[in-house]
Structure formats: structure tokens, C-alpha cells
Design a binder for this molecule. Structure first.
Ligand code: AP5
Length: 220
């Protein structure tokens, strides 16, 4: 039976960083709507161009587009998913529940990654990623061992995101508080929300998430 988990948290909370660990440790498939949308924007289609404008402003892309992307990925099957950056609105959460029900599955755990706003600004402004393998780095907290070279795949294609700037981050945070934070109450009422201290070191956050997942009956 598949296990499905949601990583919920503001921009820069460490969702992508932890999702990558879980792929290796638990054999789950990462579904990052941010990555899917970045792929769509690089396709150069009309839809991709519209998505790029919205993302660069730091606003949320429409529920219709995002739910469509997730539906397509779920249709391809898999042995459990890590939802990273999805759902982000109540409509997306309802749509996910319906899609899971259609597949005879459920969301087993929702991990709320708690990080204060000042730390988020520092994290986002120092972030860079490998354009080849997607490894996530930070100028201060997780630099590459050799400057300019990815530790994982050796690529020199290290990139910074267009929306990782002070102006767009303000909008991203506002979007989070207005549209995404109500999901904390939504999943609390459903009974599968667990907060973790996202301010701790990366390994410590990973261990906290591991403890939550070990309590899921199929893994305990
Ligand atoms: P998305 O790509 O999902 O971005 P986000 O939610 O803003 O999250 P980030 O990727 O910025 O942060 P993260 O939590 O993954 O942190 P990371 O691990 O990288 O979305 C981008 C845009 O796409 C949105 O603004 C929107 O326009 C659109 N979009 C996406 N999904 C959508 C949806 N469902 N609906 C509508 N629109 C959607 O870590 C950040 C940095 O901190 C890194 O440098 C990392 O090394 C460092 N770090 C991580 N953990 C720690 C730690 N414990 N201690 C110290 N440093 C750490």
C-alpha cells in the first residue's frame, strides 16, 4: 500500500531539501508543483509564458493549472508521493482528497515545517540549486565543497531562481499567509497534521520527520 505525505510550509521552510532526503530514504516520489511549473515556463509555450509572469511576481498560479499538473502525475502511478508545495489553497486540498479517493489512497501525514519569517529571508536570499540534478545549496549553511561545482553530480550549472528576490519574496510570504496557512487548520481538524521545528539543522529536521513517518502503521 502506498504512503503519501504532504510537506507544508512557507517559501524557504526546507520542503525541497527534506523531500530530496525522503526520496532516498523512503523510496517515495517527489511531486513539487514549483518544479513542474518551472518546467512549464521553460517550455516557451503561451501557458508557460503566463506561468512565468505569475511566478516572478511571487503570486500563486491558478488552481486549475496546478490541479491539472498533479492529476497528470498521479495518473502515471507510483508507490507513494511526497507533495512538496501542493496543496497551497483550500480548493487544491479538496481536489487532492478527491483524487486520492479515486485512487483508493489517502494522505497519511501532513508535516508542517515551522520557520520564522526572518530565517526565511536569509534562506531564500542565499539559496542556489544545481540545474542538472536539482540539489539545493545555501551560501552560508550548505555551500558546495568545491566552489562552483555540484557535490552530487559534478555539474557547474549552479543557478539562482528568478523569484528569489526581496520584492517577490514579500508577495510569496503574503500569499502563504492569506491562502496557504488556512491549510494548517484544515489538516489539524482532519487529524493528520504534525508540526516540526524547521529552524533546526537539516539533519535534525530530517530526524523529526522520520519519527512522524515511523508512526504510520504501514511503516511502524
Ligand atoms: P515553490 O518552488 O514551491 O517554492 P516555495 O514554496 O516558495 O518554496 P521554496 O522552493 O522557495 O522553498 P523550500 O521550502 O522548498 O525550501 P528549500 O528546501 O529550497 O513555488 C514557486 C512558485 O511556483 C510559487 O511562488 C507559485 O508562483 C508557484 N506555485 C508552486 N506551487 C503552487 C501551487 N500548488 N499553487 C499555485 N502556485 C504554485 O530551502 C531553502 C534554502 O534554505 C536552501 O538554500 C536550503 O539549503 C536552506 N535550508 C533548508 N533547510 C534548512 C535548515 N534546516 N537549516 C538551514 N538552512 C536550510
Amino acid at each position: 500500500m502506498a504512503i503519501n505525505i504532504i510537506l507544508l510550509g512557507p517559501p524557504g521552510a526546507g520542503k525541497g531539501t527534506q523531500a530530496r532526503r525522503l526520496i532516498e530514504e523512503r523510496g517515495l516520489v517527489q511531486l513539487s508543483t514549483g518544479d513542474m511549473l518551472r518546467e512549464a515556463r521553460s517550455s516557451g509555450t503561451e501557458m508557460g509564458k503566463r506561468v512565468a509572469e505569475v511566478m516572478d511576481r511571487g503570486e500563486l498560479v491558478t488552481d486549475e493549472i496546478v490541479i491539472g499538473l498533479i492529476r497528470e502525475k498521479l495518473g502515471q502511478g507510483g508507490n507513494g508521493f511526497i507533495f512538496d508545495g501542493f496543496p497551497r489553497t483550500l480548493a487544491q486540498a479538496d481536489a487532492l482528497q478527491a483524487l486520492m479517493a479515486e485512487m483508493g489512497q489517502r494522505v497519511d501525514a501532513v508535516i508542517e515545517m515551522r520557520v520564522d519569517d526572518a530565517a526565511l529571508v536569509a534562506r531564500i536570499s542565499g539559496r542556489f540549486t544545481c540545474g542538472n540534478c536539482g540539489e539545493v545549496y545555501h551560501d552560508a549553511t550548505k555551500p558546495t565543497a568545491k566552489p562552483g561545482v555540484c557535490d552530487v553530480c559534478g555539474s557547474t550549472d549552479l543557478r539562482r531562481r528568478a523569484d528569489d528576490n526581496a520584492e517577490s519574496l514579500k508577495t510569496r510570504l503574503m500569499e502563504y499567509y492569506k491562502k496557504t496557512s488556512p491549510l494548517i487548520g484544515y489538516y489539524y481538524v482532519k487529524g493528520n497534521l504534525t508540526p516540526v521545528d524547521g529552524l533546526a539543522q537539516i539533519d535534525v529536521v530530517g530526524a523529526q520527520i522520520g519519527k512522524v513517518l515511523d508512526k504510520i502503521p504501514r511503516w511502524s
